[in-house]
Design a protein around this ligand. Sequence first.
Ligand code: GUN
Length: 288
Amino acid sequence: MLLDGKLVSTKILEKIKDKVNKLEKKPHLAVVLVGNDAASQIYVRNKKKTAESLGIKSTVIELSEDTSEDVVLENIKKLNNDEDVSGILVQMPLPKHINKEKIICAIDPKKDVDCFTPENVGKLAIGMKPYFYPVTPQGVLLLLDYYKVPIEGKHAVVIGRSNIVGKPMAQMLLQRNATVTICHSKTENLEDIIKAADIIISAAGKKVVRCKMVKNKAVFVDVGISRDTNGKLTGDLNWELDFNNFDEVVSYFGRVSPVPGGVGPMTIASLMLNTIRTIESNECLELL
Ligand code: GUN
């Protein structure tokens, strides 16, 4: 069966829109974009467009590729001190001459809608409530919860160990009482580990999984985004090796998310949820 991220994200965004309508003070998301990364420019445009369609204020601060680290830090300081700005997001990746850690540490944890700062990441790791949960893992869990996929006690395999997806995904699954294995580019016997999984969250950015590696009726969440040789958007699942069309894939798995239309839209909805939480901290729970 399908994990339809487009459908679920639309439902969440409708609820957020209603909520924003009722708020006297509107949330205000500031996005800092440094450089010319083409994918980042598209992501940032989508975030701004979605925010505005919900009545959320958004400001994009675009800085050129050769901006110095100090100038980026000054901009963040200004946003930290701006009482009208309730959420700050620094789009990754940053140009190579900028120290990513320094930038992340400069963000006010109370405005850190990405859950990038050490305070929020640390809280997540020790089971305290961070100010915000990381957007992509939160989006994945919202999708699994919508379809009532059981997590407790299940063997969840996370492919990828990035700070943005893999590591926080594993933490959040652990918090939900899954048995969690993290795999990465140096993992030996990846196929055996995948075969043992009830739930696979794949965030490799490469076509590393084929359907027949996965236990029949397991759940597969595809976080990967890359382009195939024809320039078409594709996920981590190399399903064309085993099936002729995606409908066959959908009936092979217990649940499977498509690319596009799976985790992508959920990530944006999850960011909008965090942006509301910059104003009303308990809102997240009510909306789940
Ligand atoms: N680049 C890719 N994914 C993300 C994300 O979730 N947040 C930010 N800030 N940058 C990203």
